[in-house]
Write a protein of this length. Structure first.
Length: 202
């Protein structure tokens, strides 16, 4: 039988993976438990409808990477989590309070408790509920939306926590009646599809 040599780098990588596995599994369990404690779609709709007021400004931060899904998202999602932390910090510095920052993410930004404002899992259903309500109530205010995560070649934004998706056309149709100021930020593959679809919005 032919013996295959294992390089030094390969051996080190294998050792690191074996050493990190318990940590990754434990961290995934913590994130999943945290995700389950977030607000449900029904709670999101009820709270956003009762809290949103005409003429005010809101920000919606969407992190499409869910808690551990058995693939590599726990590593790939680190950039999206960092972007979420940074965006939240900047918004707070600019004077936004927690009631005007909607967080749709299984991981909560640093400094934000899950009991503050609207903090729910990132799913297509929750995203539609939030955007539909805010599109109506920010006519005389402003709406900032940041998406971070996966998109496919058609531009469909993918939510790993429940494997749902939302298309650029869906978001455009939701926001089209809104005549207020809108700022949209996309940090995903094929984000150019979103720019093309949403460019006609006022």
């Amino acid at each position: 039988m032919e013996k295959r040599k294992i390089g030094f780098k390969t051996a080190i990588l294998a050792a690191l993976v074996g050493w990190m596995s318990p940590y990754v599994i434990e961290k995934a369990g913590d994130e999943l438990a945290r995700a389950k404690s977030l607000q449900s779609p029904v709670e999101v709709r009820e709270r956003i409808n009762s809290n949103s007021r005409q003429g005010e400004s809101y920000a919606v931060l969407v992190n499409g990477f869910g808690a551990f899904s058995g693939r590599s998202e726990s590593y790939l999602g680190s950039d999206a989590n960092q972007a979420l932390d940074t965006a939240y910090k900047v918004l707070k510095e600019k004077g936004y309070d927690d009631e005007h920052i909607v967080i749709l993410s299984d991981t909560v930004p640093k400094g934000r408790g899950i009991d503050k404002g609207i903090t729910a899992r990132a799913t297509a259903e929750n995203t539609r509920n939030v955007l539909e309500s805010l599109a109506k109530s920010t006519q005389d205010g402003s709406l900032l939306i940041q998406f971070g995560g996966h998109s496919d070649a058609q531009g469909n934004f993918y939510f790993t926590s429940d494997q749902s998706e939302i298309s650029p056309g869906t978001v455009a149709n939701i926001l089209k009646p809104n005549t207020g100021k809108k700022i949209l930020i996309f940090n995903s593959c094929y984000s150019g599809k979103w720019a093309k679809t949403l460019s006609e919005l006022q």
